[in-house]
Structure formats: C-alpha cells, structure tokens
Design a protein around this ligand. Structure first.
Ligand code: NA7
Length: 542
C-alpha cells in the first residue's frame, strides 16, 4: 500500500517552476521547448503573477505596452492588439492569459497550489518539492519564478483585525472589484499602489483619507489610447524596437514615464538660476524638476530638484499645508518613480484629506475606524497599500532547505544575495529568476526575465549535454558579485533617509542591503555571457 500511495502522490520531473507570471510562463515554455518535463505551480487561480494579484483600481505599468510584452515571438506579437500606450492591469492580465493559451501552457500549470517546502537531497542531487495540496514532486531543478513583489507586508498596526468594516489589500484586491460609492475610506500607504488608486477611489467615495508616512515622487502618466493606425505603425517597427530594447541598459527603447532621461543635452541644476529652473517646469511640468544632468548623481543637486518639485506641487495643490506635506523627504532616485493619473489634483477635492502620519501617527485600528493621535477617523473601508517584502520575501517565505539542511530564509536573513541574481551558494540546482543581484526591478522586468530564463535553459542544457548532475554558485564568486552590485548603489540609493524596498528598509528587521543590480541590463548580460563562455566561472559543476 505504501508503494502505491507513494506512486500516487509523488512524481518526478526534470524541472519544477514556481509561479505563472511573466517569468513562470516563459520558463515553462522555454524548458519544454528544450525537451524537459516541467511542472509549474501557481498559488493564484489564474496566470499573471503580479498582474493577477495587484488588481487595485488604477493599477498600471510604467513601461509602454509594445515593450511590456514577450519580445521573442515575432508572429505572436503581431496578433496582439494593445489599446493604450501604458496598459492597465486588466489588459496585461488578458495578454498573459492569451499567451498561455497560444503557447498551450495551461496543462503544465497546477493552479491554486502553493509550494510550501523544497528540500535538496544531496546524494541524489534532486529537490523534493511539497505543495499545500499535499503533493510531492521530485525534480532535478527548481526554477523560482516567484517575482520581486509578491510577498505582501501585513503592517504591524495594533488592532488591525478588529475593524468592523471592509479591509482591502491592494496586492490581493477582490476579483469582482469594489464599489466605494458613498463610503468613508482610508488608504494607508502612498507608494505606487496607493498613489495610483487614490484618484480612482476619490472619484467614488463619500470621504477619502490618504494616510501618508512617506510622501512620493510621482509624475503624471503619459498614458493615452493608442491612436488610429498607431499600433499598426508600431507593429511594423517591432523588429527595430526589439533591437533597441535589447541594446538598452533598462530593456526599453521608448523610456515610458521618464523619457526626459533620453535627452542628451541636459544641463546641471546647480548651475541654473531659479528662473531657469522654473522655466524647465513651465516647459515640462513635473518632469522638468528632474530633467537635469546632475540630479541623479549629486545629493546637493537632488536637493535642488526637490525644492523645484515642492514648487511644482504648490502650483497644483491649493491648500499650502497639504502641498507642503506632499513633498518627499528623501532623494529622488531612492525609489522607483511612480506614474499617476491626477494624484496631486485629487487633494483639491472637497471629499479628500491628506493625513501626515509623521505628525499625526496611527495609534490603532479600532472597530469603527482608525484612531490617530489627534482624532478618530470613522470609516467603512480601509485600503492597505503597504507594500511587499521585496525581492527575497516570496522565496524566504517558502521552507527551502539546501545542502546540510540550511534554509534560504536564514541565509538571506544575513545576506540577501544571489550570484548574478540567478543562484545561491549552498542551494544547488535552484535557479532564481530576477533574484537579488539581478537588474530586474531597475529595468523592464520582461526583458530581464526573458534573459534570465534563456540563460537558465541554456545552462540546464549544458549540464545535461556534459553529464553534470548539479550546478551551484561558488561562495567567493557570489560575495564578489554582491560587492560588484554594491558599487553601483549610489549616494541617493543608500542615503540614510532612503527607506526603499530596494534596500529592504521597508521591512522591520530586514538586513539593509541594496539588492538590485544598477549597472544596467546590457553590462549584466555581457557578464553572464562571459561566465558561460569561460566554462561557468563562479559556479561549481558536479
Ligand atoms: P511600496 O512602494 O512599498 O509602498 C508602500 C507604502 O505603504 C509606503 O508609502 C509605505 O510608507 C506605506 N506603509 C507601509 N507600512 C505602513 C504602515 N505600517 N503605516 C503607514 N504606512 C505604511 O508598495 P507599493 O505596493 O505601493 O508599490 C510597490 C511597487 O510596485 C512599486 O515600487 C512599483 O515598482 C510597482 P514608507 O515609505 O515605508 O514610509
């Protein structure tokens, strides 16, 4: 009976893929194309990953649609029609579902199933992967396509569970949507999710309180519908656009929200008079605050840009106190710039109030609302837009045990690093797509993902062709890579006032360490190619 039972709930494959977002779908496709047997597990009920979970009102990508798609399917890309310059969540989710169907990927994915544990068997050089459905799969390789922003943070606010109204989370927003009409609402958090959802919620709610701990740098989205024939024109240029993307350090040729960075003739803000600075805002709006050569490298120049940003906010926000509270207190460039649709204008509405939590902190959540230091906010709905344990959280929440039973959670608690962002010493045959040390979140995620998945697929092919059973980063090479990654984290990114999730500084107790590789995708790809050409330098192959 034992044998039968084991045969029933235990299977063997070449590769287990965790996740079915952009990375998981591409990994499943590429690995199957390479002739490998693959099982993918996805905790959601559908494909999409980030774009499955983050369905809050206003959710939108900051990359242009024609570049926020798989770039290696010249026939397929001609068939898909984007409707907007920068697509919203629903359209991206539809695209990924369409891709999954076109490439016949669904039968390889077990949905509604989370991987709970993965244990490396040193003698067999295999992983035993266990799911929350009680299934066990033995695989030679595990490809963690778990995303950089998929482990939500539950904020440590006293009384959180006591609220009698509706508690909503942007990163697990109800699939059927939510009607805020006539409701008294608080949004906690002003990162991308808060900033993008606030204008939409404000248009419906009776009252909206925006609870801000750190003000955000946000720029108006250049989004618009794609005009008649515009998409056809773009499709005819796809080959050129793809070449330009792959030659770009950020994986995007058209720059999206920050197109001013592409201007070659930027001058220094520190050499400009106030009138010249204001002139730039007259010309470019909010973007004019940052369209200077020195702003990205020099803290004093960055401060000057912040003063200009404060001025630009004052032009939009009528109430001077609110305008002042909306000015960030950390450098521009510390976090990824947000794109919004009417965020600052929203504070001129009669039904919207900004609450500066630095002056007036939350004491607790109570059944009727939120108790602030100075008053009780009576509420029907609380929306938590409080972010993620980024880049490492999705994997360290899984019980992953490598060589000698060491857990990835413990290793990353000390030092959240991975060699090339692709693998971790002590965890053979585990590949991390966009792990810490990858350019990932500083680039167009899709191009980084495609690169990594192709690298991993070729690596597995190499191991098989040469009779190797395992591959594992060498600890010294991993440390050297972490050092190299560190050299690109500039003074703005590691500034003491910067509490970004890039640094892990948004998670209480997390080691402060700049995780993404800021040296650019092209430089990174060249390094990965060199590693391969030199016989997988920095990896131990057995
Ligand atoms: P972010 O950018 O991490 O933003 C989370 C926000 O929530 C941020 O303003 C936080 O303030 C705030 N926060 C977190 N915990 C609390 C508590 N306890 N009280 C008050 N405020 C809190 O996450 P998003 O989901 O908005 O965006 C993630 C990424 O998605 C984004 O960077 C884009 O790349 C796409 P803090 O700054 O920590 O003071």
């Amino acid at each position: 009976m034992g044998d039968i039972g084991e045969a029933l709930d235990r299977s063997e494959v070449d590769v287990v893929v965790i996740g079915a977002g952009f990375a998981g779908l591409y990994a499943l496709y590429m690995l199957r194309e390479a002739g490998l047997s693959v099982r993918a597990f996805e905790r959601g009920e559908g494909v999409g990953g980030t774009w499955y979970w983050n369905r809050y009102p206003g959710a939108r990508v900051d990359i242009q649609s024609v570049e926020y798609m798989f770039t290696k399917f010249p026939d397929l890309e001609q068939e898909w029609d984007w409707t907007e310059l920068m697509p919203a969540q629903a359209e991206i989710e539809r695209y990924l579902n369409w891709v999954a169907d076109k490439l016949g990927l669904r039968d390889g994915i077990t949905f509604d199933t989370a991987v709970q544990r993965a244990t490396y068997d040193d003698a067999a050089a295999t992983w035993r992967v266990e799911t929350d459905a009680g299934e066990q799969v033995v695989a030679r390789f595990v490809v963690a396509a778990t995303g950089c922003l998929s482990a939500p943070i539950e904020p440590a606010i006293p009384g959180l569970g006591s609220f009698a109204g509706d508690s909503l989370y942007t990163n697990r927003f109800p699939h059927e949507g939510y009607d805020f009409t006539g409701k008294r609402v608080a949004v906690i958090g002003t990162g991308s999710s808060g900033v993008q959802s606030v204008p939409v919620i404000a248009a419906q709610a009776a009252e909206l309180f925006v609870l801000q701990r750190s003000a955000a740098y946000t720029l108006p989205s250049p989004n618009r519908p794609l005009g008649p024939n515009e998409l056809d024109e773009l499709k005819s240029q796809y080959a050129d656009i793809r070449s330009a993307q792959w030659a770009s350090p950020v994986g995007t040729a058209r720059f999206g929200a920050v197109s001013f960075l592409g201007r070659r003739s930027l001058t220094n803000i520190l050499e400009a008079s106030w009138d010249e600075q204001i002139g730039k805002v007259d010309e470019l709006g909010f973007a004019g605050c940052f369209a200077w050569a020195d702003v990205f490298f020099d803290v004093a120049a960055n401060d000057a840009a912040k003063r200009l940003y404060a001025e630009a906010i004052k032009r939009v926000v009528n109430d001077p106190g609110t305008a002042e509270d909306l000015v960030p207190h950390y450098p521009f460039g510390c976090k990824r710039v947000i794109i919004d649709e009417g965020y600052f204008e929203t504070f001129n509405r009669d039904n919207v109030q900004l609450v500066n939590l630095r002056r007036n902190p939350i004491e607790s959540v109570v059944p009727s609302g939120i108790q602030l230091a100075d008053r009780l906010l009576e509420l029907d709905v609380i929306v938590y837009a409080t972010g993620f344990d980024a880049m490492t959280g999705s994997l360290s929440r899984i019980d992953i045990r490598g060589r000698d039973g060491v857990t990835l959670r413990d290793v990353w608690a000390e030092s959240p690093t991975a060699y090339l962002g692709l693998g971790v010493a002590g965890f053979p045959n585990l590949f991390t797509v966009t792990g810490p040390g990858s350019p990932s979140v500083l680039t167009n995620m899709v191009t980084s993902i495609e690169h990594h998945v192709e690298w991993i697929t070729a690596c597995i092919g190499h191991l098989q062709a040469n009779g190797h059973r395992s591959i594992e980063p060498d600890r010294a090479a991993q440390d050297e890579w972490a050092e190299h990654v560190n050299t690109f984290a500039g003074p703005l990114q590691v500034h003491p006032s910067c509490n970004s999730w890039y640094l892990g500084a948004n998670v209480p107790g997390k080691t402060r360490h700049y995780m993404p590789y800021a040296g650019g995708l092209t430089r990174y790809m060249a390094r990965c190619a060199e590693v391969v050409e030199s016989g997988y330098t920095g990896f131990e192959l057995a």
